[in-house]
Design a protein around this ligand. Structure first.
Ligand SMILES: Cc1cc2nc3c(=O)[nH]c(=O)nc-3n(C[C@H](O)[C@H](O)[C@H](O)COP(=O)(O)OP(=O)(O)OC[C@H]3O[C@@H](n4cnc5c(N)ncnc54)[C@H](O)[C@@H]3O)c2cc1C
Length: 305
């Protein structure tokens, strides 16, 4: 049943008509549990609260299905606005973004043009930028753009997904860039041709990725809500005497908020991924796919209307 629901929500996440409708009707159906608001002002309020509790943040201006150069440029403008807000409001926050929002599916020139604008602003304002990883079809292109930008800018990182077979090789290939990487399980629907179909295999690969990357001496963000992986990481850094400044935990806004605070209180660096914007629908559906139990929030949201 869980598998069917996961497939269903991932299918819904790609629906363009529902995405457009959701934009019009505002944050609904319990989406505000996972999305900090529709405006940068609302996001700033949330970030300040998180910062006050000792949590650092990475902010993401949500955007799905960018079809034109104009839309991609507007997305980049919004990311630049977020960078300026981080500096202006003295927030403890980085920026995360998706290359499709910057025009990846339109042309390499466009995505590089927008990314260089963002990276120039990020450099000026001393903000670190992470390129999220999207579906397998875009993995190679995303890593290519990352490598181009990493040779021009220091303050940029990206994400690798434990469910992909190729990730082990990618970790080794990227090592020469001394990359700051966020390691995740992976959020998209992929075929068994490219991704481990069994959760236990993904979890084993996740642990392997963590060990390889951190022992290579590279900054490692372990982005998970999975207690087994968190415990593995805690044990690993203890055994290998890894300094706190070489790794951090990351979780999504609204998920295991109590555990986020506990980890801070235990002395670990903890970063919360805070999405905001009117384009919340696809992100929300992916979160439901991860945990169909969250559908209860949707039902409550519906009943409230
Ligand atoms: C900071 C951050 C950034 C990310 N960036 C990317 C990215 O760039 N590309 C990408 O493909 N994926 C990204 N992801 C998503 C990731 O790939 C997984 O889909 C997601 O984190 C769920 O996997 P998990 O490791 O938490 O473990 P799971 O095995 O899915 O979950 C373990 C436990 O965590 C809890 N949990 C998990 N999800 C939820 C939820 N939605 N609601 C409530 N409880 C939950 C449950 O208790 C569950 O049993 C990111 C995740 C995080 C935390």
């Amino acid at each position: 049943m869980e598998k069917i629901l996961r497939t269903f929500f991932l299918f819904l996440s790609k629906n363009r008509i529902l995405t457009k409708m959701a934009k019009k009707y505002g944050l609904r159906f319990g989406a505000s549990k996972f999305v900090a608001g529709e405006t940068i002002e609302e996001a700033i309020r949330v970030i300040k609260e998180l910062n006050n509790k000792g949590l650092s943040v990475t902010i993401d201006f949500l955007g799905e299905f960018v079809d034109s150069e104009k839309e991609a440029n507007v997305m980049a403008d919004n990311s630049i606005r977020a960078i300026e807000a981080i500096r202006g409001e003295e927030l403890n926050s980085q920026l995360s973004l998706k290359l499709t929002s910057m025009g990846l599916d339109i042309s390499e020139d466009l995505v590089l043009y927008n990314m260089r604008r963002i990276m120039d602003a990020a450099g000026k304002n001393n903000v670190f930028v992470t390129i999220d990883m999207e579906d397998y079809a875009r993995c190679e292109k995303t890593l290519h753009i990352y490598k181009v930008l990493k040779s021009e800018y220091a303050n940029i990182g990206t994400v690798l997904q434990a469910y992909l077979y190729r990730t082990e090789q990618d970790i080794n290939d990227l090592d020469k860039y001394s990359p700051n990487l966020r390691l995740v399980k992976g959020a998209y629907k992929e075929s068994a041709e490219v991704a481990f179909p069994v959760k236990e295999e993904v979890d084993e690969n996740f642990k392997k990725m963590i060990a390889t990357h951190i022992l290579n001496g590279n900054f490692t963000a372990v982005a998970t809500h999975d207690e087994t992986i968190i415990e593995y990481m805690k044990q690993f850094v203890l055994e290998h005497k890894i300094d706190n400044d070489l790794f951090e935990f990351q979780m999504l806004y609204g998920i295991r908020s109590d555990r986020q605070l506990e980890l801070v209180n235990e002395g670990y660096n903890m970063r919360v991924y805070v999405p905001y914007g009117t384009d919340w629908y696809g992100y929300f559906m992916r979160r439901l796919a991860e945990r169909p139990a969250n559908v209860a929030f949707v039902l409550k949201g519906l009943l409230k209307k």
